[in-house]
Each structure stands twice: as C-alpha cells, then as structure tokens.
Write a protein that binds this ligand. Structure first.
Ligand SMILES: [Zn+2]
Length: 286
C-alpha cells in the first residue's frame, strides 16, 4: 500500500502534468476500475468530458482531481497496485490499463490509470463546502497539513482509551500514517507501540508528532518509499527509493541507537517492529 509520502509524490506529479487541462475524452477499459460509479463506465466518461481539472488535492492517502465548475471531484483509489501514469499518446497501452483520459490541448500526454490487481479505481463524488469529496469528509487532516491541530490531537489521545499505534493509524484522529511510518516515528520517539494514550503528556505528544513529520518529510524529500515494485510514480518511472529504515523490517538486526536486536511482534494482522530496550513495553498493556 502506498503511504502518504508516495501519494504526495503522485499528487505533485499530477499537479505538474494534469492540472488546468480540459478533458476531451475519458475511456473506461475495464468496468471494475469505476465500479463505485453505479451508472457505469460510459456515464463516468461523459461526466468528465469538457471539464477542466483543478489542482489535484490530497488528504492522508486520499487523492482527488477537482473538476472545475461542477462541484465534483474524481477520487483515485490506488489500492495495492494502482498507478496514475502520464504517458505520451504513442506509448503502447500497459497490459493492465483501466482508464485513459485524453485532453483537449496540443500537449503530447494523456493520463492513464493502470491497476494490475484491480483493487483500486476512480470514482466521482460531490464536494463538501471544504472542497473535499463527500465520501472522505470524515478523514482527519494529516500531520503535514498546515491546518492540522496538534492540541486537538493531544486531547483526543488523552480522551480515547486506546494505545498509541492504534491511535496513529486511526484515520479519524490523524490521517496518512501507515504501518511503516508509525513504527519509524515510535522508534525515534522511544515509545512502545502498545503504550496507552491516556497518560500522554503534552510534550510527549509533541515529540511524537515531530518525529512523525520528520520521517514523512524525509521520505518525501527522497521521493517516497515503497516495497511494492508495482507502485511507480506519475510518470511511470520508479521514483521510490529504498530508504534506510530504522525500525520497520529490521527484526533481529541491532538497534541503530543501542545495538539491542530489534523485535517483530504480530500486531492487528500486521507486524510491529521495535527495540525492546529503547521502547519499553508498558507494565499494564491494554
Ligand atoms: Zn535501542
């Protein structure tokens, strides 16, 4: 699954290559790619035709293309293997090409949605007054959003009877933090993933948020990180680097801070990596 930095890299690519262009034609080549659009692929295409694309936006891992003067947006679900590619018209069709969008201008590029496993797709939604597709109105702001409210997040942590990694992955509290970056930020902050949030102090919350932002910004500056070779950037080039991670995927390897072998624990159908010395388990686990 792409995480926030990967999605932001795609958004920036779309902003550069697709924003302010008018749709000439949107061709749906596989119905599953627009399965959330009940009226079907042809209707989907008709609704995009003739509209100018605004500046692509993102909240957490959700990415959308506003259609100017319609009050609607096209939401992209990248799923496990979805890619948004900007390709020259002459480029051969990808094997798993699902949707092609051509534009009215003379530029030699088109937008393609390619998805091998077809878990992803495109869907059209009305916008809320904030300009958000209505289906993601409940998604909290992400920590890189200038309007993210650190205080409100801290109070929510104190209020909720939960543990810190669960809270970091709770999209109604904070969006865009996935398993990898949660483990990295917790390692940096020396906080165990199962620590109850009720006892968090303001400085501890602030420290952790700082590390969340640092790991995401570091990933962004290098183009995102991904372990899925299917996932490439908006130009179809593999823009993802194998960032040197400090926690995630390092089971048995020495902690980069204290040398203690890192541990992996099964956690909510996933894995959590931590240093047993730097990130002490809470005495009473909830
Ligand atoms: Zn350590």
């Amino acid at each position: 699954m792409p995480e926030l930095p990967e999605v932001e890299v795609v958004r920036r690519g779309l902003e550069r290559w697709v924003a302010h262009r008018t749709v000439a034609e949107a061709e749906v080549l596989h119905p599953r790619a627009v399965r959330r659009h009940v009226a079907g692929g042809e209707d989907f295409g008709q609704r995009l035709k003739g509209h100018r694309v605004g500046v692509p936006s993102r909240r957490g891992k959700y990415l959308w293309l506003p259609l100017e003067d319609t009050g609607q947006s096209v939401l992209a679900h990248l799923g496990m293997s979805g890619q948004l590619l900007v390709q020259p018209h002459s480029a051969p069709d990808e094997k798993h090409l699902r949707v092609r969008v051509r534009f009215t201008d003379a530029l030699d590029t088109e937008l393609r949605f390619v998805d091998q496993r077809t878990f992803g797709g495109l869907s059209l939604h009305d916008n809320t007054p904030d300009g958000l597709p209505d289906v993601i109105a409940h998604i909290a702001r992400d920590p890189l959003d200038p309007l993210f409210d650190d205080d409100a997040f801290h109070h929510a942590l104190r209020r909720k009877r939960t543990t810190i990694k669960r809270a970091l992955l709770d999209q109604s509290l904070i969006s865009g933090v996935g398993n990898i970056y949660a483990d990295e930020a917790l390692w940096r902050a020396r906080v165990h993933y199962d620590r109850p949030t009720g006892g968090f102090t303001r400085p501890r919350t602030q420290l952790l948020l700082g590390h969340v932002r640092d790991v995401m910004n570091a990933a962004l500056s290098q183009g995102g990180t991904s372990f899925d070779s299917l996932y490439v950037n908006v130009n179809g080039e593999s823009g993802y680097f194998d960032r040197s991670l400090d926690a995630y995927g390092r089971e048995g390897l020495p902690c980069r801070r204290c040398g203690t072998p890192m541990r992996r624990r099964a956690w909510m159908n996933r894995s959590s990596y931590h240093c047993p010395r730097c990130q002490r388990a809470p005495r009473v686990s909830s």
